[in-house]
Design a protein around this ligand. Structure first.
Ligand code: NAP
Length: 279
């Protein structure tokens, strides 16, 4: 039987790579989208081809296994709809703004559906994108050293140079500490003892700082160009020292998500993702 995978956040800059990775592997994919038209270049590929719109029509992937469900990840009914017939759910959700954090609320809705509709969704595995620098990952992330790896960590008062830049400057003053806190709370929701039956088949994924930084929309030519050639990751643990380097590209993170569909190795755990070499 072909595995059916639900995906939240497939129109995002990370989620786009995950969506394509799943389709390349020929999984049945059910994507929950607030704006399904963002996936039109898949669903109406022939139309784009006729129009010669190369910016939108940049995929050669066969999309007949893709079903798009219109809805919101916080909404219980939307989640029930996208989960129909699925064995795995992947979340690549990101909050639209610091004024509108949605990750914890989405986790709570999802957990409610998985618990209350137990008969239908009892065995659904969850692969949940969070971030480094939250919960028991704070210490490790703060110690992040220089980006060029000249020192594993500068280690001044418990901070490395990049750890200080990211977690004392960029997150609180540019991105929004509440966006990070929201992801931490989404982890807590899964790890809450009363949700052990969901948690045991959930993997929480904490990638390092994602690159590229550019905000080029998913599926555009620029997004593809900037995706990079290195597609490899290293799986770590919160208690381990970070490998040298601070960044991981989104294609490598996406590869982990797609690999985790087949492998139950990480179920029930929280993994840290670091950039692997050029394999
Ligand atoms: N930047 C980093 O260094 C870093 C590191 C680790 C983890 N992360 C986290 O990784 C995640 C993904 O990053 P990204 O760059 O791919 O984010 P992104 O491009 O902003 O994508 C966010 C996705 O979430 C969807 N979404 C938002 N609100 C929704 C809702 N209410 N219902 C359904 N879908 C909703 C968006 O859909 P629409 O198309 O409808 O907007 C979009 O597909 C984020 O949580 C980010 O914080 C980032």
């Amino acid at each position: 039987m072909t595995t059916t995978v639900a995906i939240l956040g497939s129109t995002g800059k990370l989620g786009g790579w995950v969506l394509e990775g799943l389709l390349e592997k020929k999984y049945n994919v059910r994507a929950l989208c607030r704006s399904p038209e963002k996936l039109n270049h898949y669903l109406k590929k022939e139309e784009w081809e006729e129009e010669g719109d190369t910016d939108k029509n940049t995929t050669t992937i066969n999309t007949e296994n893709l079903t798009v469900v219109k809805g919101d990840s916080v909404n219980i009914e939307s989640l029930k709809e996208v989960l129909q017939g699925c064995q795995v759910l992947i979340s690549c959700l990101g909050s639209p703004s610091k004024e509108n954090p949605i990750v914890e609320a989405s986790a709570l809705s999802l957990i409610k559906v998985l618990k209350e509709e137990e008969e239908a969704f009892r065995d659904v595995r969850v692969i949940w994108c969070s971030t480094e620098g939250v919960n028991d990952g704070v210490k490790q992330a703060r110690k992040m050293g220089c980006s060029n790896g000249c020192l594993p960590s500068c280690n001044i008062f418990g901070w490395g140079f990049m750890g200080f830049m990211q977690y004392a400057c960029i997150v609180p003053y540019a991105i929004g500490q509440n966006v990070w806190d929201d992801m931490a709370l989404s982890e807590d929701a899964f790890r809450n003892k009363s949700n052990a039956n969901v948690s045991s088949h959930t993997v929480i994924v904490r990638p390092q700082i994602m690159v590229p930084f550019s905000e080029k929309a998913a599926f555009t030519e620029k997004w593809r160009e900037e995706g990079g050639d290195v597609i490899s990751y290293i799986v770590g643990h919160p208690s381990e020292k970070s490998p040298i380097g601070c960044f991981i590209n989104k294609k490598s993170i996406a590869k982990f998500f797609v690999d985790a569909v087949e492998s139950k190795e990480w179920d029930g755990t929280t993994v840290h993702l670091f950039q692997g070499g050029n394999k």
